[in-house]
Design a protein around this ligand. Structure first.
Ligand SMILES: Cc1ncc(COP(=O)(O)O)c(C=O)c1O
Length: 429
């Protein structure tokens, strides 16, 4: 069980105090979207009451709006350790940003150019690249090992399928990979993949949506070229964020209207953004920074060269990792003891540093929907299906039989909630 006690933080999340038909609400639906602390709600309503306007007017509300947006860009730059806030572009969500950028990147590609995607990814990191086939781009797909749901990385002589190393070549222009799988939790070796992509002159696009609430992200250390994430998965409001290296944002011609700014990030922030969401994202970043300052100072040495809010955010995510791992180990130990339960993905606790605390499982003689509905009646919120990671459930041959049950933990979940969820599952088994 976790050694660090983060339970005092729960009081900051009003939704965690709700109950459902007499049962306390238990949110194991984090991989689909997390709850928000009160300060996020206050920042959004405060913005709408006091500063609501469009940008670049001469009056107070407009000037305050510009300041809020600038602060939100800086907040995300700090979260990702991006060199500059001008490398951060907001959008409605990750999917829309990825389609927008894939279309713009497509302008630089020629027929016969190649893109590598993976079968472990959410469809939002597949469909935008597959769409470029319409203009003659070849899309190649990396397989994963169905036993532990890890990507095949090294090339040559792996009988289980196509490995990344086999698919890279002189025509590869871009590799698109998830930081972690939203279906089965596998964390991919992004640094290694970046080196392999760069060795053939390709760019690396990273979907960090599922990973972001679970561990530190440092775009400079990862060596990626683009990274997308969604603040509603890490305690903020519904929004999407793109980071890319500044010279790439300069080079790629955006689909934009003429009066919009020509420089990054403006050229990629199409139309009017959700200003209130950006106010909320900033508050979520501040919440995490405070968590890091209060609980995570012992991790400072792991992040040499970091200072101020950037250090606090790294400490926060290291603390969250430290809290989540034993909680998840207890959850998996309980799941493994349930008769007829089959867990997908990495199941060996010694390798839990290679996965997020997101459990995908099936219960014998019960459809995933039945399991999710049984838990919902007891106040435990989990998802059933494919969660848009449809190529994962297809490869595991589960797509036509309802996919899997997905129960994901985040740092506001507790050992008591885990025990209660396990008891509800045992009842059904
Ligand atoms: C791994 C992953 N990638 C992409 C997405 C899509 O994100 P968005 O809802 O911001 O478009 C999700 C959403 O569940 C996800 O889990």
């Amino acid at each position: 069980m976790p050694t660090v006690d983060l339970s005092p933080l729960r009081a900051q999340f009003p939704a965690l105090a709700l109950s459902d038909a007499g049962h306390p609400a238990i949110y194991f639906d984090g991989p689909g979207g997390t709850q928000v602390p009160q300060r996020v709600i206050d920042a959004m309503s405060g913005y709408l009451v006091h500063s609501n306007a469009n940008t670049h007017g001469p009056f107070r509300t407009s000037q305050e709006t510009v300041a809020v947006l600038a602060a939100a860009h800086q907040g995300m730059a700090d979260f990702l350790n991006a060199p500059s806030p001008n490398e951060i572009a907001f959008g409605p969500n990750m999917t829309t940003l990825t389609f927008q950028l894939s279309r713009a990147i497509g302008r630089l590609l020629r027929p016969g150019d190649e893109i590598v995607i993976t079968r472990l990814d959410h469809d939002a990191n597949r469909a935008p690249w597959l769409a470029l086939q319409e203009q003659g781009v070849l899309v190649r797909e990396v397989d994963f090992n169905p036993r532990d749901c890890t990507l095949l990385i090294e090339g040559a002589a792996r009988s289980a399928g196509q490995a990344l190393g086999d698919l890279l070549g002189p025509r590869t222009r871009l590799v698109a990979v998830g930081f972690a799988s939203n279906a089965v939790g596998t964390i991919n070796p992004v640094r290694q993949i970046a080196e392999m992509a760069h060795a053939v002159g390709a760019w690396l696009w990273v979907d960090a949506v599922h990973y972001a609430p679970h561990g530190p992200i440092d775009v400079q250390e990862l060596g990626c070229d683009f990274l997308v994430c969604s603040p509603y998965k890490f305690f903020g409001p519904h929004a999407g964020v793109l980071w890319a290296r500044y010279p790439l944002l300069e080079e790629i011609r955006a689909y934009k209207v003429r009066p919009a700014g020509d420089l990054p990030p403006d050229k990629f922030e199409t139309g009017t953004q959700s200003h209130e969401a950006q106010a909320g994202v900033l508050a979520a970043i501040e919440y995490l920074a405070e968590l890091g300052e209060k609980y995570g100072s012992e991790y400072a040495a792991q992040f040499p060269g970091f200072q101020g809010r950037r250090l606090a955010l790294k400490q926060a995510m290291a603390t969250i990792q430290e809290y989540e791992r034993p909680l998840f180990a207890a959850f998996v130990a309980g799941l493994s003891a349930i008769p007829g339960l089959r867990l997908y993905g990495i199941a060996d606790p010694a390798r839990f540093n290679q996965r997020t605390p997101t459990a995908a499982f099936r219960l014998a003689h019960r459809s995933p929907d039945e399991v999710a509905e049984h838990l919902a009646r007891r106040g435990v919120y989990v998802w059933a299906g494919n969660f848009y990671a449809v190529s994962v459930t297809e490869q595991l041959d589960l797509e036509t039989s309802g996919g899997v049950v997905r129960a994901g933990l985040v740092h506001y979940n507790t050992p008591e909630e885990v025990a209660y969820c396990l008891a509800c599952l045992e009842e059904l088994a």
